[in-house]
Design a protein around this ligand. Structure first.
Ligand code: BG6
Length: 504
């Protein structure tokens, strides 16, 4: 969708705050390495890990190399590593000590002096949210946030989620960021936007003429978006129990998929044109009914069960989860968009942990054809056409059509026309973080969440979270690990004449 690969990138230093964290070793460093293999990193590239521990440059380099062996999608190529390694260093400092930031600034000035030209600084906030405020404050006070302002080398900031925990905190975070950085310098990460299949959603919609005429309330009977995981909370319960499925997955990833599915065609591929249309789609979502919360929203928590034949414990038995926790590990919502294109079409969205399998997909269910021909029993209507956009795994697109089964009788059966990324393009596609880091380096914000997008999404969901908080455990439905979630989520659709497609 974006053209970063073709743009030239100025000499760049990326400073990662929270450099000893999991994200750095599992995602960021492998992404940088793979960009280098593809010759997409700028020729002059520096990586500074910023953390509270005291770590020597050599030890930091060795730990990054270990992470690469464990997590890179391509094996370590020594020649490539030797090119990156000399530019890697560690800066020990605390997030709230202005002196540490002055030292960081000196370090960057040194690099610039050696390079003999201005350098673009990218500050990557990969710390827990408590680190955001002091870091932003010190980036502002030290002048690092305004380095080479108004030039192509202007500093940038990348912010990892969670982007707030409700509307008020997201607004506050936006204010904090925008006090130091202009919006064009801010890159809020949602790694789903970096997934190849999510990027190609707009191409499928707007580079093919067959979809647009039917992509509306006249032909679509419902849309289902499922982002399910078979894993439980594992070692992340400390974070997850303060978050839950709505905050962790729906507010960001699922709402982004919804916005891309429902938005109007943008006037161009300009990042602002695309993000303006996404915002309009989010604005069109009707507020959820909170007088009778069960009618449009279902939340659940997993109990023990079998996942892929293996016994799995219930959420309340996971370590670090308090037995009184009312955190939801599953959420399903029925959303309606009050606009010309989508009025009356239900959008069923759901996400959860310890479900039957890991799958992220968007299913567009079209209206059923009239069962007048083919001797169909009117109590057994024809199957609706389904367009399934599979984000992961088995990335691809399929369209189900009714077909005649071979034989002398006229019997109908749904069949699939399908396309798989792997079979068509091969399997070694770039990881989401490769695309996103590259785009941030070129200053292309298309695949990042703009501040107002985050606020609209929170605006819809914050009242739900407040209502749930007031309800405690009341209405928190149980589901066995390894199933498709609570029965109440099936009823959400049944009441409206639909059923979850993926469950079949
Ligand atoms: C993260 C959530 O944003 O996305 C995790 O915090 C979740 O809880 C993960 O497991 C899922 O990402 P993916 O790319 O594996 O679908």
């Amino acid at each position: 969708m974006t053209n970063s690969g073709k743009r030239s990138i100025p000499p760049t230093v990326i400073v990662i705050f929270g450099a000893s964290g999991d994200l750095t070793s599992r995602k960021l460093v492998p992404a940088l390495f793979n960009l280098s293999v593809d010759r997409l990193l700028p020729k002059r590239f520096f990586l500074i890990g910023y953390g509270r521990k005291t770590v020597s440059d050599d030890d930091f380099r060795s730990s990054l190399k270990e992470s690469l062996s464990a997590h890179s999608r391509r094996p370590i190529d020594e020649t490539v590593w030797e090119k990156i390694a000399p530019g890697v260093s560690f800066h020990s400092g605390s997030y709230d000590n202005p002196e540490s930031f002055e030292q960081l600034k000196d370090k960057i000035s040194e690099i610039e002096k050696e390079e003999g030209e201005p350098i673009q600084c990218i500050f990557y906030l990969s710390t827990p949210p408590s680190g955001f405020l002091p870091i932003l404050e010190n980036l502002g006070n030290s002048g690092l946030a305004r380095l080479h302002h108004n030039t192509c080398c202007a500093s940038k900031v990348i912010v990892e989620k969670p982007f707030g925990r409700d509307l008020a905190s997201a607004q506050e975070l936006n204010r904090m960021i925008n006090r130091r950085f202009a919006e064009s310098q801010v890159f809020r990460i949602d790694h789903y936007l970096g997934k190849e299949t999510v990027q190609s959603l707009l191409v499928q919609r707007f580079a093919n003429s067959i979809f647009e005429p039917v992509w509306n309330r006249n032909y679509v009977s419902c849309v289902q978006i499922t982002v399910s995981e078979d894993l439980g909370v594992g070692s992340r319960a400390g974070y997850y129990d303060r978050s839950g499925a709505l905050r962790d997955m729906i507010q960001n990833h699922v709402m982004q998929l919804l916005a891309l599915t429902t938005m109007e065609p943008p006037s161009s591929l300009d990042p602002e044109a695309i993000r303006d249309e996404k915002v309009k789609a989010l604005q069109a979502i009707k507020p959820l009914s909170l007088n009778n919360p069960d009618s449009e929203v279902v939340r659940g928590v997993y109990t023990e069960g079998l996942v892929a034949g293996e016994k799995a414990i219930g959420y309340h038995d996971e370590s670090d989860v308090p037995s009184s926790s009312s955190t939801e590990t599953y959420a399903a919502l029925c959303l309606q968009l009050d606009n010309w294109r989508w009025k009356g079409v239900p959008f069923y969205i759901r996400s959860g942990k310890r479900l039957a399998r890991k799958v992220s997909e968007i299913v567009v269910q079209f209206t059923r054809p009239p069962a007048i021909l083919f001797g169909q029993d009117s109590r057994q209507p024809l199957s609706p056409n389904l367009l399934t956009i599979r984000i992961q795994p088995n990335e691809g697109v399929s369209l189900s059509l009714n077909s005649k089964t071979p034989g002398l009788e006229t019997k109908l059966q749904p069949v699939n026309l399908s396309f798989g990324y792997d079979t068509t393009f091969g399997s070694n596609t770039p990881e989401a973080y490769e695309r996103l880091i590259l785009d941030a380096m070129t200053g292309d914000g298309t695949l990042f969440i703009r501040g107002d997008e985050a606020e609209h999404s929170w605006g819809l969901l914050s009242p739900v979270l407040d209502t749930w908080q007031g309800m405690g455990n009341h209405g928190l439905e149980k589901y066995s690990a390894g199933t498709w979630g609570p029965l109440a989520a099936d009823k959400l659709l049944l009441h409206r004449g639909h059923e979850w497609i993926t469950n079949k």
